[in-house]
Write a protein that binds this ligand. Structure first.
Ligand SMILES: [Zn+2]
Length: 465
């Protein structure tokens, strides 16, 4: 499908980039890193020998995969941070189900029109007919694991309109987990602990901004509280990017921006010198059937002037449409990062603009394959973007729905399938810190810690055979 990938023009542009940016990552490679690079490549070939089938048919929840050296490498890899994940789908599928079952006030519909719909209810007498406590449902008698997989995960990239089935999953998942501030805090704490276990130092979470700004403020407060709880055991950081929808009117987008800016003023990270927790704004949803950024240009440009501390981190180019020019508009709008940038290979002239404006591409490899934007991992266009030295970071998007563990599984996919060198992997991890929206103070602290983690990690890998 990537017809334009290997056009002569494109290849020349890439080479010019590489030369102009002096992209000789190997210049800076230490002896230990060179050794670790060889071991990583051995791990990749061991994995391919053991699993001869296409990556897309591999079940990442299969414990035999977790026992491969390559998977363990990806889990231990100091990944830096997560730059693109949605609050509604942070936990891996099994962790999400365990979370539901652990909460006494969450119910699941097992009969009626919305099977699988989650609900928060403190008074059991007010629970509507057809709902049972999540714990009861998930014990196996009512909703088996296979049934839950069908209800809460998505693997429908081959369908003509995957978003049609994808969006109802969000609605099913949504209410139960987020029904009360306390639930939301526990959910977030769970997710942050899993990030820490996977050697991830921070997360930038996209949250749908609400029409009522106090509800959004309460969600932001719970996220900060969850982060502070996790900080009792590990150095973890968080920031929030408020989102609107590409289907909204101009007035509604303006209102959401104002609400996000209001919350930005009312919540600070006191441990990091009272820096902002809310750092950006984005417009999400299916780009093939909603408004483009051209439509929102004035309102988003005004945001830059009215709220200079609220930067734009925009989903753009998550489409195979050759005419969709959202990436171009995102660049014009001064976006600091671009979510997906999938269809940029149709616009090779933009590569230079991405480089000149120092914009980072938030690549979500498993998400793109599961939603069917590319047929397999090997044809993902970000291979080209990364090999050409464009700033990119690996992100997970919606771990629950795509049935994977945030970042560990995404790195596993790209290291197994994209023929990356260890230098390129290192750059992806460092980019996540460099291009994060966290405060200068937090970034400095995270980068210092990351360098220590990286040195230890490389030493450990280099000592293996
Ligand atoms: Zn996304």
């Amino acid at each position: 499908m990537l017809k334009f990938h290997n056009t002569t023009k494109n290849i020349i542009l890439i080479l010019l980039f590489a030369i102009s940016q002096n992209l000789t990552a190997s210049d800076k490679v230490s002896t230990l890193e060179r050794r670790a690079d060889s071991i990583m490549r051995i791990m990749v070939s061991e994995y391919h020998k053991q699993y001869k089938k296409p990556f897309e048919t591999i079940n990442l929840t299969d414990s035999t995969i977790w026992n491969t050296r390559l998977y363990k490498f990806c889990k231990q890899l100091p990944k830096g941070g997560e730059l693109h994940v949605h609050s509604t789908a942070l936990l891996a599928f099994d962790d999400y189900c365990s979370f539901l079952a652990s909460q006494p006030n969450i119910y699941i519909q097992i009969e009626g029109d919305n099977i699988g719909h989650t609900l928060y209810q403190t008074d059991p007498y007010d629970v509507p007919a057809g709902y049972l406590p999540a714990r009861t449902c998930l014990s196996g008698n009512y909703l088996t694991r296979d049934r839950c997989l069908k209800l809460y995960t998505f693997n429908g990239g081959s369908q003509p309109n995957p978003w049609k089935d994808f969006q109802p999953i969000f609605r099913r998942i949504f209410n139960g987990a987020f029904g009360s501030p306390e639930n939301f805090e526990k959910y977030m704490e769970n997710a942050f602990n899993i990030y820490v276990e996977n050697n991830i130092q921070f997360a930038e979470i996209r949250i749908g901004s609400t029409m009522d700004r106090d509800i959004f403020l309460s969600m932001a407060e719970m996220i900060m509280k969850a982060c502070n709880n996790v900080r009792k055991k590990a150095d973890f950081h968080v920031s929030i990017i408020g989102t609107g929808n590409k289907g909204y009117s101009l007035e509604e987008v303006q209102k959401r921006i104002d609400n996000v800016a209001y919350v930005q003023q009312h919540i600070k990270d006191t441990l990091m010198g009272k820096c902002n927790v809310v750092t950006g704004f984005d417009l999400v949803s299916n780009e093939d059937c909603n408004n483009g950024f051209e439509y929102y240009y004035d309102v988003l440009k005004k945001c830059e002037h009215e709220h200079p501390d609220l930067k734009l981190y925009l989903h753009a180019g998550e489409t195979k449409n050759t005419k969709n020019d959202n990436i171009m508009w995102a660049i014009k709008l001064g976006a600091k990062r671009i979510g997906h940038a999938f269809n940029m290979y149709f616009f090779p002239d933009l590569y230079n603009e991405i480089r000149q404006n120092d914009i980072c591409i938030e690549t979500c490899p498993l998400s793109s394959v599961k939603l069917g934007y590319c047929s397999d991992m090997k044809s993902h266009p970000s291979i080209e973007y990364i090999h050409s030295g464009l700033p990119a970071a690996i992100c997970s998007d919606d771990p629950t729905i795509f049935e994977h563990t945030a970042l560990t599984d995404d790195f596993f996919a790209v290291i197994a399938e994209w023929n990356l060198s260890l230098s390129e992997v290192k750059q992806l991890c460092m980019n996540s810190i460099t291009y994060s929206s966290l405060s200068k103070k937090a970034k400095k602290r995270i980068m210092k810690d990351w360098k220590k983690r990286w040195a230890e990690f490389v030493r450990g890998i280099a000592e293996q055979k």
